[in-house]
Design a protein around this ligand. Structure first.
Ligand code: FAD
Ligand code: NAD
Length: 561
């Protein structure tokens, strides 16, 4: 469908000149992509795209004067087919004999599922949320983000106490009570998951415990023990998440060969731990187990740890853990394992050939696979790809217009904050609102020590895609705050569009980089340029200053180096 884009209500302005046209015919735009810039004597205003699609025609030129209602461009919208389906008048319920009926059914109670359910209920819908675990919260709260961060905090306390002996305060060896540590971590998880149950009750969201399988495009069967219920629905949101991927040659029934879920239970601390996979899970768990006393080896198949981040951002982590761990091997894979009662003999293939090493425990952290294939989606007509991912458009609709999908099950990045944002969009669109998932950037954080964080375009990606960029860097060795934390290895890097000086990406490494990256994400969303960032007064002495200093370094106005 072609839509004319007109100047929206821009307040008290008339006959305002167009000073810049930011797109050309043929440009693909997202909802809210800036299209043109107007300048009055009072302000400069960007006109955003009201929807996603392709610009087919531009009806104004630079210098033309426009007012509210002036036609400026024509847009071919992306969702012509689905746009004709009215979410407010969904297809009639095809399961009249169901035990329960939902206006909106949500499958999966993780960050994607509970957020979708709560938002849909807040918008006035009768919502049923089906989760097969006994508690809400999904992987993130039960066996992911939260327990790992609790254990990482414990690791940080141990490591900082140990390292401060070099600066005049020694605490001695830590006495680790694993049972008490588990109890504290489980308490943190329990508080959050029971909090979710309370929030569901307050919103009148019906929570059904059991495994949901689609049986028709308007009904699921939910099994729990021997009990089976049918739930009919007008619309559904699939938030079935993901589970750990494994390697085909790893035995399934040896308790010493574990995934992230078992690692988070910290049932014991092995003498020698092998971590297969130098991604975020592998390195976060390595941080925990090393602090608890294990000798850690990490093998990573590619030539860099955390392959999604830039090499210079990962380098300080690599340097630090290479000194602390038994071994960190890149370009290296495990090819076979031979467990016996003395240990797990592992054949490792690296640049120097194959070798055998023996470990007490092996953690497999080679990625996660989506749960799309296990929910009977084909009975509802929902397409699943060969990996188990469900394809969606930016309104989070699947190929079946009254069924939406969000979170890990729709693809990378598999992050909780991506799931929650997509969930709100799915609920809003299902409730008949005009919404789309179109963030300019999604931040990623590895809560290792030092932390690694990045958002938007990385240098590696810019080079691969031929994106022109300029760069501002600030080494934390020149940050008073970093030095007062006894940690000087950090780095803040910002990438800018060389034409507009707008920020397009950022990477940070150092303590608390995961907190600092949010400012870069906001700057990208707001279209901030280097001057905006440099002129924003940052408190001193903080690590946050390094963000402003990196922008000043790009502009050539930095005086702190
Ligand atoms: P999930 O959280 O996987 O939830 C899906 C839910 O659906 C599950 O509870 C599952 O039981 C349920 N389900 C599946 N199929 C059915 C069915 N047929 N019927 C009923 N219920 C069903 N992300 C971050 O952003 N930050 C972090 O720090 C972070 N740390 C992590 C640490 C670890 C160790 C792991 C494993 C992951 C971590 N993640 C982190 C990733 C994060 O947990 C996921 O991205 C997030 O949980 C995805 O949310 P989701 O709602 O899509 O799916
Ligand atoms: P990942 O894809 O991030 O990392 C897996 C690593 O294993 C990669 O570096 C890969 O090259 C390597 N690998 C794969 N096969 C290998 C083999 N045979 N031998 C050696 N190395 C091999 O996956 P992950 O670390 O398991 O994490 C899964 C998902 O969970 C990620 O998408 C991540 O975003 C999410 N997660 C996020 C956080 C966080 O936000 N802090 C924490 C944990 C997990």
């Amino acid at each position: 469908m072609k839509t004319g884009i007109t100047i929206p209500d821009i307040g008290d302005f008339k006959d305002v000149p167009v000073i810049e046209i930011l797109v050309a015919p043929g440009a693909r735009v997202d909802i809210n992509t800036p299209l043109l810039v107007l300048e009055s004597d009072k302000a400069t205003l960007e006109v955003p795209s009201p929807a996603a699609g392709t610009i087919t025609e531009i009806s104004v030129r630079k210098g033309d004067k426009v007012s509210q209602g002036t036609l400026v461009m024509t847009l071919q919208t992306v969702h012509d087919a689905v746009a004709t389906v009215s979410a407010a008048s969904p297809a009639p319920n095809a399961a009249p004999d169901a035990d329960l009926h939902a206006e909106i059914l949500v499958v999966g109670g993780g960050p994607g599922g509970y957020t979708a359910a709560f938002r849909a209920a807040d918008l006035g819908h009768k919502v049923v949320l089906v989760e097969r675990r006994q508690t809400l919260g999904g992987v993130c709260l039960n066996v992911g983000c939260i327990p790992s961060k609790a254990l990482l905090h414990a690791a940080k306390v141990i490591d900082e106490a140990k390292e401060f002996s070099a600066h005049g305060i020694a605490f001695g060896e830590p006495a680790i009570d694993l049972a008490a540590l588990q109890k504290w971590k489980d308490g943190v998880v329990g508080r959050l998951t029971s909090g979710l149950s309370g929030l569901a009750r307050k919103r009148n969201v019906t929570v059904v415990t059991g495994e949901a399988m689609f049986v028709t495009p308007h009904s699921v069967k939910v099994s729990a023990g021997g009990d089976v219920k049918t739930i009919g629905f007008d619309q559904a949101i699939i938030a079935a998440g993901s589970e750990p991927a494994t390697l085909p040659f790893l035995p399934k029934d040896d308790p010493r060969i574990i995934d992230s879920t078992a690692a988070l239970s910290v049932a014991s601390v092995p003498d020698r731990l092998l971590v297969i996979g130098g991604g975020i899970i592998g390195l976060e768990m390595a941080t925990v187990y090393h602090a608890l006393g294990a000798k850690v080896t990490v093998v990573e198949a590619t030539d860099q740890l955390i392959p999604g981040a830039d090499a210079d951002i990962v380098a300080p982590l690599m340097k630090r853990i290479s000194k602390k761990y038994e071994r960190v091997a890149l370009n290296t894979k495990v090819v076979s394992v031979f467990p016996d009662e003395k240990g797990i003999a592992v054949r490792i293939a690296g640049p120097a050939g194959e070798e055998t090493a023996v470990f007490d425990q092996v953690l497999c952290a080679v990625g996660r696979k989506p749960n799309g294939a296990g929910i009977g989606a084909e009975a509802a007509g929902v397409k699943i790809d060969v990996h188990g991912f469900i394809a969606v458009d930016e309104t989070m609709r699947t190929n079946i217009p009254h069924i939406f999908a969000v979170g890990d099950v729709v693809g990378q990045p598999m992050l909780a904050h991506k799931a929650t944002h997509q969930a709100k969009i799915a609920a809003e669109v299902a409730a008949g609102q005009n919404a789309a998932f179109a963030p300019r950037a999604i931040p990623s954080v590895a809560y290792t020590d030092p932390e690694i964080a990045w958002v938007g375009v990385t240098e590696t990606k810019a080079k691969a895609l031929g994106i022109d960029y300029g760069k501002g860097m600030f080494p934390w060795a020149a940050s008073g705050r970093a030095l007062s934390l006894a940690r000087s290895e950090g780095l803040t890097k910002i990438l800018f569009d060389p034409a507009t000086h707008r920020i397009i990406g950022a990477g940070m490494v150092g303590p608390n980089a995961g907190e600092l990256i949010a400012e870069a994400a906001l700057a990208i969303e707001m279209g901030a340029d280097a001057t905006d960032i440099g002129l924003t007064v940052h408190p001193h002495p903080t690590l946050s200053e390094t963000f402003a200093f990196a922008a000043e370094a790009f502009e050539g106005t930095l005086t702190d180096l």
